[in-house]
Design a protein around this ligand. Sequence first.
Ligand code: CO8
Length: 257
Amino acid sequence: MTYETLLLETRGRVAIITLNRPQALNALNSTVLAEMRQLLGELQADDGIGAVVLTGSEKAFAAGADIKEMQSLEFVDAYRADLFSGWDDVAGFRKPMIAAVSGFALGGGCELAMMCDFIIAAKTAKFGQPEITLGVIPGMGGTQRLTRAVGKAKAMDLCLTGRLMDAHEAESAGLVARVVDQERLLDEAVAAAEKIASFSQTAVGMVKETVSRAFEQTLSEGLRFERRLFHSLFATQDQKEGMAAFTEKRKPVFKNR
Ligand code: CO8
């Protein structure tokens, strides 16, 4: 299947999705959303894929929601369509997804990167929630995910002033997991995704599920949920294999069972 706004490449068990609207700095319009939902649905069902890398161009990961597409909307249109709620499906993708960010990740672009499980940024990356400069506020998680990632002070600063944050600041604030040279960005993200895809996919899925829970509930409930999932892994063959391999000083062979 070919897409108008996305490119898909697979390397082994890793799928690389590239946002591809260069004329609009990868602004996220309704076609991007529809195609992302379709493609992630297919990747979810594909047992040959263990992890996904989402990237953009050197200049822009994505410069936001498509301003020209939403410009003429009225409140009633936005409310009745529950505008942007479809992006919840992207956040709900169950396999690990790494954002490889170069250039601008602004507004919805920053929010899309934050929907991924972690962000690897090129030194050139710039993050921000400039919606305030357009007379609106973040609409797809910016006020919530950014605040959880970087804390109230910096989230308020970014959302209220609309200023941009460079890769170094984003890493020290906790938004970004690693910063690498621009030329190394995709290779570094794919290597991380390959590593993840080589582990037991049951355990990988549970890490994603339980770390994500930390954003949704109290510490005591989160700890309890984590412990129960941990217990359940002792029902898998991969746990037997992983621990036997450690004891026998050899590499484990995981079968995802
Ligand atoms: N929407 C539509 N078109 C865009 C967008 C956008 N967000 N960003 C850039 N473009 C277009 C420009 O209009 C221009 O098109 P044209 O050549 O036809 O005029 C082309 O991309 C290139 O852009 P520039 O000429 O502006 O490039 P510069 O290098 O001069 O500037 C900037 C780059 C600084 C990134 C600048 O383009 C900019 O400020 N863009 C808008 C950033 C912004 O405000 N983003 C927030 C948008 S609102 C939002 O995201 C709400 C989130 C709600 C949830 C969304 C979930 C998906």
